[in-house]
Design a protein around this ligand. Structure first.
Ligand SMILES: NC(=O)C1=CN([C@@H]2O[C@H](COP(=O)(O)OP(=O)(O)OC[C@H]3O[C@@H](n4cnc5c(N)ncnc54)[C@H](O)[C@@H]3O)[C@@H](O)[C@H]2O)C=CC1
Ligand SMILES: O=C(O)CCC(=O)C(=O)O
Length: 517
C-alpha cells in the first residue's frame, strides 16, 4: 500500500503526511498517508461537477453494473482490507468480516433497486387536449440526481459507513458523483476502498470524477468540502458537534444545501411487566450482550432501559449487573473516543442521583473501554437532561419508574432517537399500544423483543429519526430508501418526445414502472 489518495483517475501525493494509530497499542502504523490540501478538495469537486451530467444519465443498468463492480473490487482485496481495518480500528476480525459482507451486500442491494426502477418515481399525466374548460398539458415527472455529494466516513464502521458505505452507495446509485472525506482514524482502509472504487470507475468506462477521496486529520478539510459550491448534498455519521458544525456550514453557504447527518441516539429499551415476569433474567443477559458488542460503539447501542419498579425488575437488574461485571474490556476506536467515554462514565458515576450497578473487568493496555451500568429514578431522569446525553461506548443507565405514567414522562423527555425497543408479552400489548404514539413521535424504528444493534440493510429499513438522531428525520441512511436523499423531481411539460429523457419518453425505452395520472 502506498500513501497516495485517489482524485479522479490520479493517485495524489503530498509532502505533508499523517499516520494511523493502532488503538490497541497507541503505536503509529506505516505507511504515512498524504494529507489532502484545499486545492485537492477543489480538484475533486471540479472533476465531480464535470462528471455529473454524464454519470446521472447513464442507463440504470450501467449504474447497477458499476455498483456490482465496486463490490467485486472490494471482495478481491478482502484479506488485506480486513487486516488493515483490524489494525486501524481495534475491532475484532469477525465483526470486520461481517461488515465487509454488509458493505458489498448493500452495494448489490442498490444495484437491484436500480433495476427495479421505482426509485425514478415516473409519473405520466397524459395531455387532455379536449378537456373543458381548459385543455391539460402533457406532464411527465421523474427524479434526477441532485449533484455531487460529499460523504464523511464514520469512525465506528470503517467499511459499511465509510468510503464505500451506505451514503456513498446510495449517492452513486442516485447518479451523484461522490467526494469522500475519509475518517482520519482509518486512512489505510479508506485508501484501499477508495482505490477499489477508482478501479471500478475505470473498468466501467465512467468519467473519472465520479469518485474521489480526500483525507487528513484537520476539520478544515471537511469544511472546505461542504462549502465548495459544486457540492449539492452531504452525508455524515459521527458526533453531534461534528454533524451540527456541518449543518451550520451548509446553511451559511450562498446556496444552502441539505446535510443528512446521523449523530446521537441513546436507543431506549422499555421493559414491560409481563415480559419482565416471564424472562427477566434472560433479558438482563441479552441486554448486556447488545450493550457490550463492539465495545458499545454503535449509534444503535441500548444506552437507556426504562421500566416500572418491581421485584421482576430486580431480577433483570441482578442478571444484567452480573453479566456486565464479567464483561472483558475492549479496545475502543481511537484515543479520543476512549477519553470521551471515560469522561462520560465518570460524570454519570459522580452524579448524585445515579448509582453505579456494575463495571466490566479491569482494563489493561491502551484505550480499553470498561463497560459500565448505572441506575437512576424516573424523577431524577426527568429533572436532569444531562442524564439523557449519549455516552458513546458500553455504558447504559436503567431508569426505575413508579408507574407507566412515569415511563411515559421519561419517554416524552428524551430527544429524537434512531430506535426504541419494546420487550413485551401478550399481557403487555394494551400498555404498549397506549405508548405507541409517543414512540412514533420519538424514533425512526420501533422494534419488539429484539435488540437495536445490527441494522438490517433492506428496503423497509429506517435508520434515521428526529433530531438529534439525525439532522433530517424524513429519510434513512440505511436500506434502499436512502437513495431518496439524493434525488429531486423534475417535471417536463409538453416537451416533444425527441427532447424527453428516456425515463419519460412515450415509448418507455428503459421499461421503468410508471404511475399514470
Ligand atoms: N452516533 C454515532 O453514530 C457516532 C457518534 N460518534 C461520537 O463522535 C465522537 C467522536 O468521534 P468521531 O467519529 O471522530 O466523530 P466526529 O464527529 O468528531 O468526526 C467525524 C468526521 O467529521 C469531521 N468533523 C468533525 N467536526 C467537524 C467540523 N467542525 N468541521 C468539519 N469537519 C468536522 C471529522 O474530521 C471526521 O472526518 C465519539 O466520541 C462519539 O461520541 C462517533 C461515531 C459514530
Ligand atoms: O447497529 C448497526 O448496525 C448500525 C449502527 C450505526 O449506524 C452506527 O453505529 O453508526
Amino acid at each position: 500500500m502506498d500513501g497516495t489518495f485517489p482524485i479522479g483517475a490520479r493517485a495524489v501525493d503530498s509532502d505533508i503526511t499523517f499516520l494511523a494509530i493502532d488503538p490497541s497499542t497507541d503505536a503509529k502504523i506505516e505507511p504515512a498517508f498524504a494529507v489532502s490540501s484545499e486545492a485537492d478538495v477543489a480538484d475533486a469537486c471540479k472533476l465531480a461537477a464535470a462528471a455529473f451530467d454524464t454519470f446521472r444519465e447513464i442507463d440504470p443498468e450501467a449504474r447497477a453494473v458499476f455498483l456490482e463492480t465496486i463490490a467485486d473490487e472490494i471482495e478481491a482485496i478482502h484479506e488485506p482490507l480486513v487486516a488493515r481495518a483490524i489494525q486501524e480500528s481495534g475491532l475484532p476480525r469477525p465483526r470486520l468480516e461481517g461488515e465487509r459482507g454488509r458493505t458489498t451486500g448493500q452495494l448489490r442491494l442498490f444495484a437491484k433497486h436500480l433495476r427495479a426502477g421505482t426509485w425514478a418515481s415516473v409519473v405520466i399525466d397524459q395531455a387532455q387536449p379536449d378537456r373543458k374548460p381548459m385543455p391539460r398539458s402533457d406532464l411527465r415527472q421523474r427524479r434526477i440526481a441532485v449533484g455531487p455529494v460529499a460523504v464523511f466516513g464514520a469512525s465506528n464502521f470503517p467499511l459499511a459507513f465509510s468510503v464505500a458505505g451506505g451514503d456513498t452507495a446510495s449517492a452513486l446509485a442516485a447518479g451523484c458523483p461522490v467526494v469522500v472525506k475519509g475518517h482520519p482514524a482509518h486512512p489505510g482502509t479508506s485508501v484501499m476502498v477508495g482505490k477499489a472504487i477508482q478501479a471500478a470507475v475505470a473498468k466501467c468506462g465512467l468519467p473519472e470524477g465520479v469518485f474521489s477521496l480526500v483525507q487528513g486529520p484537520a476539520n478544515e478539510l471537511g469544511a472546505a468540502l461542504v462549502t465548495d459550491p459544486r457540492i449539492k448534498a452531504v452525508g455524515f455519521t459521527g458526533s453531534r458537534g461534528g454533524g451540527l458544525a456541518l449543518v451550520a456550514l451548509a446553511a451559511a453557504r450562498p446556496e444552502p444545501i441539505p446535510v443528512y447527518a446521523e449523530m446521537s441516539s441513546i436507543n431506549p429499551v422499555i421493559l414491560f411487566p409481563a415480559a419482565l415476569a416471564a424472562r427477566g433474567e434472560a433479558l438482563g443477559k441479552a441486554y448486556v450482550g447488545s450493550l457490550t458488542m463492539g465495545s458499545g460503539q454503535f449509534c444503535t447501542n441500548p444506552g437507556i432501559v426504562v421500566a416500572v419498579d418491581s421485584p421482576d425488575l430486580d431480577v433483570f437488574v441482578a442478571a444484567a449487573a452480573a453479566a456486565l461485571g464479567e464483561a472483558a474490556p475492549q479496545v475502543m476506536l481511537t484515543p479520543g473516543i476512549h477519553a470521551s467515554y471515560e469522561q462520560g462514565v465518570s460524570a454519570l458515576a459522580g452524579h448524585d442521583a445515579v448509582e453505579t450497578l456494575a463495571r466490566g473487568t479491569e482494563a489493561e493496555g491502551a484505550n480499553r473501554g470498561r463497560a459500565a451500568l448505572f441506575s437512576t429514578t424516573g424523577k431524577a431522569f426527568v429533572a436532569d437532561p444531562a442524564l439523557s446525553h449519549e455516552v458513546f461506548g458500553a455504558a447504559s443507565i436503567i431508569v426505575r419508574c413508579t408507574d407507566l405514567a412515569e415511563v411515559r414522562s421519561v419517554l416524552e423527555k428524551i430527544e429524537g432517537q434512531l430506535t426504541i425497543t419494546l420487550q413485551i408479552d401478550e399481557g403487555d400489548h394494551a400498555d404498549a399500544a397506549a405508548l405507541l404514539p409517543v414512540l412514533e413521535r420519538k424514533a425512526g424504528r420501533i422494534l419488539a423483543n429484539g435488540w437495536p444493534t445490527g441494522v438490517e440493510v433492506a428496503p423497509a429499513m429506517v435508520h434515521g429519526g428526529p433530531f438529534p438522531a439525525t439532522s433530517d428525520p424524513r429519510t434513512t441512511s440505511v436500506g434502499s430508501a436512502a437513495i431518496e436523499r439524493f434525488l429531486r423531481p423534475v417535471c417536463y411539460q409538453d416537451l416533444p418526445d425527441a427532447l424527453l429523457p428516456k425515463a419519460v419518453k412515450h415509448g418507455n425505452p428503459l421499461g421503468l414502472p410508471r404511475t399514470e395520472g
